[in-house]
Design a protein around this ligand. Structure first.
Ligand code: M6R
Length: 617
């Protein structure tokens, strides 16, 4: 989950490293640090472990002392081993200062290695697992090995998934990077007189138009204007160049105070892009050119299992309910971290759909690897088309939401939901479960989604008072039923991660089975209650909460004139067909969490203890 950046070139590496780290800071912001090889050939390291201020403080520190070098590495940390402080910040160096490394991932046998190092008299200066890499590789360097061999031999002693980048005084004109397993990616690029490595393509966009993604078991050496790839046995490899999507450059806040409000506001466009090329209003068809399975192959699917984590899992839950109800295929959604370890029965007739905006979430990738071994066909619903998930899946369905910078997912959820809805119509049509007229009707309805979401966003003001009120509480309950359940779960997740208020998402029908005991004036309930086939049921649940002294805030349809007489506050969404309602109820829940977070003085873009891409399990 940490961010890495490396540079070799003809100008001072320091500002380039800091700039690169800014682009990957969303992966972790507990600390920031850089190491550069100075003109005298020694390694100079500067780091700051000041939580979110780290990168700014590092910037001031290196500017003040005019650090200079043409070769360097940088790191932004999401803490796994060891508290957030200066000592635990990366890069880490060997005792003799011959090597400096930055690491992303977890070393599972770190305690054993650490004990061996301590027994051999090495004094460790941090609590991190990462530091052992510097000492082990330093030992190999001391016995005459090259930097590349030293790193490969070192990771040969380690268990776990990781990416490591390093500089050494013995080879002052290069940076070496390697990847072992699925601990997030490492991307390599070059231009005429420089070369770069980064955790994410977005950090290289201003430097190069083509990148190479390092695979597990590969190591790369970058030098001024060039790079070379090898396998762990030292055999040279031809890297496959991929053109970068320069539209990612648009990742600027513009007129918005933060990325989250910008990304919430961008949701109508995100949906529009997710339907472009699929929803054909002229023919009334739903096209899915990315899926080249034959009709027979699609008909032979006897089960759909959707997997993902966090917000992507919630999008997947919505997708499962759509696939089951429209395409009539048994479908469920499951957390990848559970799926990967429970030895599930899946096979060649199971369609696995992985939902992952980054395509780099460790648990989701592991679940996908497992499914590949079982011979299941896999579709990845994702934003990052060059990601690891895209390489594992048989088919990818890009969501085209555009780069999401805010740690809290918003537009990628709505675009994933749109894509899954389209997929369910596509599957239903190919399996002849619905006819041409029904597809036409659904296509027409989906095409109204961007304007429906835009008009829901326009009512933004309605959530402000509710948010101010909710900010006073320490516990909240979110209820939904059917396709509104994943939305209630997502609303609660957003409130937890942004406002740090404890919030539970629950199926409304489950309340009587225990949770009712919590009801009272000290815990407001937010309900997703648009006009749908479960409305009457929700009404009963709402009455039960009210009868026990609980306050209720309800998201209701415009035409609803009942709930405003029963609940304490309503937030209205436009009337629309039932299968589009989850898209609309989602929006006020995002706004509620965002506004409550601001009310409490939280930073909506960088919530504490989190990172955008979770590349460790
Ligand atoms: O990149 P992914 O979609 O695989 O990420 C999965 C989760 O980490 C992510 O959805 C997370 O729950 C959200 N950023 C929370 O807002």
């Amino acid at each position: 989950m940490c961010g890495l950046f490396a540079y070799v070139g003809s100008v001072n590496a320091v500002p380039i490293l800091l700039d690169g780290l800014r682009s990957v800071e969303y992966r972790g912001y507990d600390s920031a640090g850089i190491s550069v090889i100075t003109e005298s050939g020694s390694i100079e390291t500067r780091k700051r472990g000041d939580h979110k201020a780290s990168l700014n403080n590092l910037h001031s520190a290196v500017t003040d002392d005019q650090l200079f070098g043409l070769v360097g590495i940088g790191h932004t940390r999401w803490a796994t081993h060891g508290v957030v402080n200066h000592a635990n910040s990366h890069p880490h160096s060997s005792v003799d200062g011959s090597i400096s490394i930055a690491h992303n991932g977890i070393i599972e046998n770190f305690l054993d290695i650490r004990d061996e190092l301590l027994d051999s008299g090495v004094e460790l200066s941090s609590e991190t697992d990462s530091e052992v890499i510097a000492h082990l590789a330093g030992n190999y360097l001391a016995t005459g090995h090259s930097l590349r061999d030293s790193l490969v031999k070192t990771v040969g002693q380690l268990k776990g998934n990781m990416v490591v980048i390093a500089v050494a005084t013995s080879e002052p004109s290069k940076v070496v990077g390697l990847r072992l397993g699925n601990a997030g990616g490492i991307v390599v690029g070059k231009n005429e007189d420089s070369a770069f490595m980064a955790s994410d393509t977005v950090a290289l966009l201003s430097h190069t138009a083509e990148v190479v993604y390092l695979e597990s078991g590969q190591v790369v050496e970058i030098e001024s204007g060039s790079f070379r790839l090898f396998d762990f046995n030292g055999k040279p490899i031809e890297g496959k160049s991929v053109k970068t999507d320069q539209s990612f450059r648009a990742a600027q806040k513009g007129k918005y105070p933060d990325f989250m409000s910008k990304e919430i506001a961008e949701q109508p466009e995100a949906i529009q892009r997710a339907i472009a090329g699929r929803v054909n209003l002229v023919s009334g068809e739903l096209e899915m050119p990315e899926i080249t399975l034959s009709a027979n192959q699609i008909r032979s699917i006897d089960r759909v299992l959707i997997t993902g984590m966090g917000t992507s899992l919630h999008a997947g839950m919505f997708g499962a309910s759509m696939i089951e109800s429209l395409a009539r295929i048994p479908a469920s959604a499951e957390n990848s971290s559970e799926l990967r370890y429970r030895n599930p029965v899946i096979g060649s007739n199971t369609l696995i759909i992985a939902v992952t905006q980054s395509g780099e979430t460790a648990d989701t990738l592991a679940a996908m690897e497992y499914a590949s071994q079982q011979g299941s066909c896999q579709i990845a619903v994702l934003e990052q088309e060059g990601s690891q998930a895209a390489r594992i899946a048989d088919f990818t369905l890009p969501i085209h939401a555009g780069q999401e910078i805010g740690v809290a997912s918003t537009k990628t959820m709505i675009a994933s939901m749109t894509t899954l809805l389209e997929l369910s119509i596509f599957l239903a049509r190919v399996r002849s479960v619905i006819d041409v007229d029904r597809v036409k009707q659904l296509v027409e309805q989906i095409s109204t989604l961007p304007s429906l979401v835009a008009s829901t966003l326009d009512r933004n003001g309605e959530t402000s008072d509710v948010a101010k009120h909710l900010a006073k509480f320490t516990d909240l309950l979110y209820l939904g039923r059917g396709s509104q359940l994943p939305i209630a779960l997502e609303g609660a997740l957003k409130m937890k991660e942004l406002a740090y208020i404890h919030a539970e998402g629950y199926p409304a029908g489950e309340m009587k089975h225990g949770v009712n005991a919590l009801l009272g004036a000290d815990m407001p309930t937010v309900v997703c209650a648009p006009n749908n086939h479960l409305y009457e049921k929700m009404l009963s649940n709402i009455s039960e909460v009210k009868a026990r002294g609980g306050e209720v805030m309800a998201i209701v349809s415009d035409s609803d004139d009942t709930l405003e007489r029963i609940v304490d506050q309503v937030i209205r969404i436009p009337d629309c067909s039932e299968f589009l309602q989850p898209f609309l109820t989602l929006v006020p829940l995002q706004l509620l969490a965002y506004t409550t977070a601001l009310e409490l003085g939280r930073d909506p873009d960088q919530p504490r203890n989190l990172a955008k891409t979770v590349t460790v399990e």
